[in-house]
Write a protein that binds this ligand. Structure first.
Ligand SMILES: NC(=O)c1ccc[n+]([C@@H]2O[C@H](COP(=O)([O-])OP(=O)(O)OC[C@H]3O[C@@H](n4cnc5c(N)ncnc54)[C@H](O)[C@@H]3O)[C@@H](O)[C@H]2O)c1
Length: 666
């Protein structure tokens, strides 16, 4: 049966044979065994409702085994036989082009070249799921192949509840992932309810079908490193020969050396896992590998003397590097850390002075001792960072919970007021005020034809639009505009495409709409095929996350999630092709609400109307909220937008004098 017929079939008519697990697949970690016997029976009962009764006896046993062996029921035997990857949009069997675009994006997220654990339907982050099981994938693709222009598919955490009549103006798909009653939103609740098969962790772009591989991270990291240097360097000085010291060469952190090279500095990135470091070196993401601290010191001194642009991976613990650089008086301009401290006790952060294999043994066999060693290392880590910052190093938290865990471990990282940390997060100091508050965020697109030449043409169109807009742009955003023009001009040579023909480009509301309109016009002229627009959830308006995306909101509202909810509802009736809202993503279940959209451009007048309306709201919703929180950059941006857009009226915040508050009888 060809791939179109397999899609149209959905759940197959005859029970497929059991499949061997692919030898080269990267298997998802075994999940916690958390369900009681009665709950395990419920999980199997839940799984069997996708299949006819005649198969139940055989499948019940198999699913029970999956649950026992892996902690989840993935329904491995129902994985389709065809190669899953983003195919040209015209290859998909569909009555409606928007549905075909969504199929393409789903398949991209499950492509083994793109996805982290494709057999378990996990795209990234260890648990970022597209679906909970293969039955959901099959049913969803079938529904999409049958969908008409006036139907909407409602998806509950990967489960396609069904196709409902709607209208041509409505989104074709509405996705929710991990929506919980708030009191049931702790990490173990995810383990329990995901094992039952009733919810999933969609991360950000995994469960919303908008993942485009590592280039998204490279762009964001580059912007962060470049702007961090701007904060510390004198005007006219450049990052050449200046050191950015950090740690981690894993999934996201591996982008740091590449970003450092694009930002023109010396990157020293420590990584305790030799395999991770070697992999990044082989992929060309880091220039040099050094496993000896004396050799590292000697190499760095040469790089400084020659003002080199180079990235060096040090195989070892980052604390050793900080301490050695202090002893040698090597000045570090920028410091950060991207170890996985959101997961400190099971391998996210390794203690100093313990060989890597021995540390892994401790995790399994002596978890309490491991924990104590991690805490002692965090104290030492904080102390040595403090020594460097006293000499002038600019240190920032990279959203990995370094400061949070260091404080919990008793490290000296609290500010004098006892509430804040000594150091800012990358959103508080860099991405928030320099990008998000002005509306700049990770806009992206995918050329649905699958043709690399279409991507080249869209790159050129986007560069032209940005250059034109820059001529009129106010002084405040000139730097961002220039950075984004540089990024798009170099994008092809940075060779970042994995999977679909996709591009990320930070842009503000005006830039996003103008670029999208120019794409739509090019499609109408037949110069390129259809284009899918989207963005990362890590953006201006899509995400309420008090320690990350909204960490630079200081009016107390960073613990609310109204913005993300308004965003997804607002986008849905302004023309999005699909919308999604997730609990969790990046920082964990219960810690964040994040949403996104996808929109197909087909060259039509309707597409032009929709893109203008939706992209406008998608960005300005967040700017309005950031301005109401008294963020000056957002205040500037929303006033500029109101001057341009007569129908926009946003409530503006009056400022209060500090003196007045000081006099109050509290
Ligand atoms: N890159 C971004 O844009 C971004 C944004 C926000 C948050 N983050 C956070 O950054 C963290 C890293 O993400 P990831 O996907 O790369 O995780 P990952 O687990 O794949 O990589 C982390 C790496 O750090 C290494 N490591 C741990 N302890 C170390 C130590 N003491 N010294 C040297 N190396 C050590 C590990 O071996 C691992 O390879 C996460 O907490 C993530 O949420 C990243």
């Amino acid at each position: 049966m060809n791939f179109q017929d397999q899609i149209k079939q959905g759940i197959p008519a005859t029970l497929p044979a059991v499949k061997p697990y692919p030898a080269d697949a990267n298997r998802a970690p075994k999940r916690k065994d958390i369900l009681s016997k009665a709950e395990k029976q419920l999980a199997v009962r839940n799984a069997l409702r996708y299949f006819p009764k005649a198969w139940h006896a055989e499948l019940a046993l198999e699913f029970a085994r999956e649950l026992n062996d892996f902690g989840r029921i993935y329904m491995y035997r129902f994985k389709p036989d065809y190669a899953i990857k983003a195919r040209p949009i015209s290859d998909y069997p569909a009555n409606c082009q928007q549905a075909a675009a969504i199929m393409l994006m789903i398949d991209n997220n499950l492509d083994p070249a793109v996805a982290q654990h494709p057999e378990e339907l996990i795209t990234y982050g260890g648990n970022g799921a597209v679906f909970q099981n293969w039955a959901q994938y099959r049913l969803t693709m079938k529904y999409l192949s049958e969908m008409l222009d006036d139907q909407t598919l409602h998806m509950y955490s990967g489960h396609p509840m069904g196709l409902f009549p709607s209208s041509v103006e409505a989104p074709r798909v509405v996705v929710t992932n991990g929506m919980m009653i708030p009191n049931y939103s702790k990490p173990d609740d995810w383990e329990r309810f995901n094992a039952l098969g009733v919810t999933q962790y969609g991360q950000m772009t995994a469960g919303s079908f908008m993942y485009i591989g590592p280039q998204g991270i490279v762009h964001g990291t580059t912007i962060t490193v470049m702007n961090a240097f701007r904060k510390v360097l004198q005007k006219g000085d450049t990052p050449h020969g200046k050191i950015f010291l950090t740690a981690g060469l894993g999934g996201m952190s591996g982008a740091q050396p590449k970003a450092g090279n694009i930002a023109n500095c010396i990157t020293v990135c420590a990584e305790v896992n030799p395999k991770a470091a070697t992999k990044r070196h082989q992929q060309g993401w880091v220039d040099e590998l050094i496993d000896n601290i004396d050799a590292l010191i000697a190499r760095v001194k040469v790089a400084q003397a020659k003002a080199e642009v180079v990235s060096i991976a040090y195989i070892g613990n980052v604390v050793d590097v900080w301490e050695a650089f202090d002893a040698e008086d090597i000045f570090v301009h920028l410091g950060s850390d991207q170890t996985s401290l959101h997961n400190p006790w099971s391998g996210g952060y390794y203690p100093v002075g313990v060989p890597y294999d021995e540390a892994n043994r401790l995790i399994r066999e002596e978890p309490e001792l491991f924990r104590a060693k991690v805490q002692a290392t965090l104290q030492r880590h904080a102390a040595i960072v403090n020594k460097h910052t006293a000499k002038g190093t600019y240190f920032f938290d990279y959203g990995n919970a370094f400061l949070l865990e260091a404080s919990r471990a008793g490290g000296d990282v609290m500010a004098q007021n006892g509430i804040d940390f000594k150091y800012p997060s990358y959103v508080q100091d860099i991405l928030g005020p320099m990008c998000f508050d002005y509306g700049f965020g990770p806009f992206r697109w995918v050329c649905a034809s699958g043709k690399p030449e279409d991507l080249d043409k869209t790159d050129a169109i986007a560069a032209e639009v940005l250059k034109r807009l820059m001529l009129e742009a106010p002084e405040e955003i000139q730097q961002q505009m220039q950075d984004n023009i540089t990024w798009i001009l170099d994008a092809k040579q940075n060779k970042l495409v994995v999977g679909s023909q996709a591009r990320i480009l930070y842009a503000d509301a005006e830039g996003r709409a103008e670029i999208a309109a120019a794409f739509n016009a090019a499609i109408a002229r037949g110069e390129i095929g259809p284009v899918v627009l989207g963005r990362d959830h890590h953006d201006v308006s899509g995400t309420d996350s008090p320690f990350r995306e909204t960490s630079n909101i200081y009016d107390g509202s960073r613990f609310t999630a109204d913005m993300a909810i308004h965003n997804v509802i607002g986008d849905s009736f302004r023309g999005a092709t699909w919308v999604s809202i997730h609990n969790g993503g990046g920082v964990g279940w219960g810690e964040v609400m994040n949403g996104g959209f996808g929109m197909l451009l087909d060259g039509s007048a309707e597409a032009e109307r929709r893109l203008k309306s939706m992209l406008f709201f998608d960005v300005n919703n967040g700017i309005a909220r950031r301005s109401w929180a008294r963020n000056n950059e957002a205040d500037f941006a929303i006033k500029r937008e109101m001057a341009r857009t007569p129908k926009l009226q946003v409530t503006l915040a009056n400022r209060v004098d500090d003196d007045l508050l000081e006099q109050l009888p509290f």
